[in-house]
Design a protein around this ligand. Structure first.
Ligand SMILES: NC(=O)c1ccc[n+]([C@@H]2O[C@H](COP(=O)([O-])OP(=O)(O)OC[C@H]3O[C@@H](n4cnc5c(N)ncnc54)[C@H](OP(=O)(O)O)[C@@H]3O)[C@@H](O)[C@H]2O)c1
Length: 303
């Protein structure tokens, strides 16, 4: 497992996201312990996952597990309100963080992210909320999710804390962030810049991209690994899995981890054997040729 030094943290490259931890057939304690034993020390939550239930289940599982609070980093996200839409007001951010901390049973959060852009955002209000959360010791680092570089710049007109993370969908079957750079200035749909150059911006400004839903194709349409809709891709993943002595799921995550932008990859499986498949492959470093071969096997064209 690779680790990145981010502020006070020595954070694992692979993160366990717990959006699906409330699914009926899951064993949350085993999932957390398997992740931790495999080197994962960073966990991603959000106040809206399961309407708060996922944070509660995560906290209960952590308390029952052998993992100490101070040996891991806990991140959560706020700013989506199902009844309203998006809310980056000072009042909502502060109230939402209180709610999350109560459910998570923590007296500090390692990282807080604004979940999805609120077009009614007032950067000064976000700044006041972040100042209060930092000064009270409740939140140690800050970031955003699903935001483009100009939205980050807008926040930075008022926010004083470094914005250290941007959570964006990225994976073998969701490659927009790299397509636009590979096909720049060509007359192709994939040349369209969908995120304002978030990848280069993040590298220049040392923001960690946290790649979410790395196993999904489309927008939560299902996993592509082992999916008969993608025979060419799965054959390539299997070929490399055999070469490295890991599984196709492990190779799919190694593909993200190989990118030099130092991305964290947020896996969402709560199945201990799948978590282990990923952590067992976390030291695989794909060659440049293998990286581009997977990219093409996923149906992407090179110029
Ligand atoms: N910022 C945002 O807007 C945003 C949006 C979505 C998600 N996220 C974060 O990203 C995390 C991951 O999202 P995700 O759960 O959609 O990611 P994912 O890792 O792409 O998908 C995991 C899901 O795929 C299933 N699955 C089936 N076959 C699989 C295989 N061979 N390998 C791996 N998984 C397989 C898993 O089931 P089993 O559990 O049974 O293995 C699980 O239901 C979330 O928990 C959340 O923290 C953030």
């Amino acid at each position: 497992m690779k680790y990145f030094d981010i502020a006070h943290m020595h954070a694992s490259q692979v993160v366990l996201g717990v959006m699906r931890i409330n699914e009926a057939d899951k064993d949350p304690v085993r999932a957390l312990e398997t992740a931790f034993d495999g080197g994962i020390n960073f966990f991603d939550n959000a106040d809206i996952y399961g309407k708060g239930e996922c944070e509660t289940i995560f906290a209960d599982a952590l308390a029952k597990s052998s993992i100490k609070r101070d040996s891991i980093y806990i991140q959560t996200k706020v700013g989506i309100r199902p009844s309203i839409a998006f809310d980056f007001s000072k009042k909502h951010i502060l109230e939402a963080v209180e709610g999350s901390m109560k459910r998570l049973k923590v007296d500090y959060l390692d990282a807080l992210l604004l979940h999805r852009p609120d077009t009614l955002v007032e950067p000064e209000e976000v700044a006041e909320a972040f100042d209060a959360l930092e000064q009270s010791g409740k939140v140690r680092t800050f970031g955003v999710s699903n935001q483009n570089p100009y939205q980050v710049e807008l926040l930075k007109t008022a926010v004083r804390q470094p914005l250290l993370y941007n959570q964006l969908q990225f994976g073998v079957m969701h490659t927009g962030m790299v397509d636009q750079g590979i096909l720049v200035n060509m007359n192709k749909p994939e040349s369209v810049d969908l995120d304002g150059g978030a990848l280069s911006y993040s590298r220049i400004h040392e923001m960690t991209i946290q790649a979410w839903s790395p196993f999904q194709y489309g927008f939560f349409d299902g996993p592509f690994v082992g999916n008969e809709k993608f025979p060419v891709l799965n054959a390539k993943l299997q070929e490399l899995a055999d070469k490295y002595g890991v599984t196709p799921s492990g190779i799919a995550i190694a593909w993200i981890n190989r990118h030099p932008a130092k991305m964290q990859t947020i896996i969402g499986t709560i199945n201990p054997s799948r978590i282990k498949e990923v952590t067992d492959a976390s030291d695989v470093v794909l060659t440049r040729e293998e990286w581009y071969a997977i990219y093409q096997a996923a149906g992407n064209l090179l110029p």
